[in-house]
Design a protein around this ligand. Structure first.
Ligand code: AMP
Length: 201
């Protein structure tokens, strides 16, 4: 890694989004960035999976969509994020991993953050070639047995990403917040690239 993050503003707060297709390594990088910058990583996918495991009402609803490779409806997802971002630990910064994923979620996040998009510092997009992400996800399926990492569901998740989430890249580019980073390569290398890109903003 590099000498220091160097991307936080004067009061140390840093609000980042991490976007990328399934299998691009968002979860892995989110954990590392969270540590490097001392900010909580909030992953909607992880929160949904915990709820599924605990059998909560939200989990029961979410599971149906997740297992089919579809997005959980915006209404459920937005409510969850609004609640999570109202907690004190994220008052001084956060890294959102896997949210927003639809244009409606972008609007909701703007609203949650006080209608002021400037309160986000950067949006990191991890790019990855489709064949590579399919291979990674199949490998993860063998290792972790995630119910949404089967061949058919992986293809659907990639299609859903292309249709519903890829358009967000333009939105954040227009706001001058976009940082695109190649997600291929060793984990450390990718983390280094993200930190360097954030530091040179
Ligand atoms: P992830 O771990 O980020 O790949 O998320 C796993 C699954 O959780 C996704 O395929 C969706 O079904 C659901 N999910 C996670 N985040 C969102 C979101 N922001 N909007 C809708 N569904 C989501």
């Amino acid at each position: 890694m590099t000498d220091g993050p160097g991307a936080a503003d004067s009061n140390g707060s840093l609000r980042l989004l991490l976007i990328g297709p399934p299998g691009a390594g968002k979860g892995t990088q989110a954990a590392r960035l969270s540590e490097a910058y001392g900010i909580p990583a909030v992953s909607t996918g992880d929160i949904f999976r915990e709820n599924v495991k605990e059998g909560t009402e939200l989990g029961v609803k979410a599971k149906e969509y997740m297992d089919a490779g579809h997005y959980v409806p915006d209404s459920l997802t937005n409510e969850l994020v609004r609640d999570r971002l109202s907690q004190p630990d994220v008052a001084d910064g956060f890294l959102l991993d896997g949210y927003p994923r639809t244009l409606q979620q972008v609007e909701e996040l703007d609203d949650i953050l006080g209608v002021n998009a400037a309160s986000l510092d950067a949006v990191v997009v991890l790019t990855a070639d489709t064949d590579e992400v399919v291979q990674r996800l199949l490998k993860r399926s063998a290792e972790q047995g995630r119910s949404d990492d089967t061949d058919e569901v992986i293809r659907r998740r990639l299609d859903v990403y292309a249709e519903q989430t890829a358009p967000l890249i333009d939105v954040y580019a227009q706001r001058g917040l976009l940082i695109e980073v190649d997600g291929l390569g060793a984990i450390d290398e990718v983390t280094g690239r993200i930190i360097a890109a954030l530091a040179s903003r």
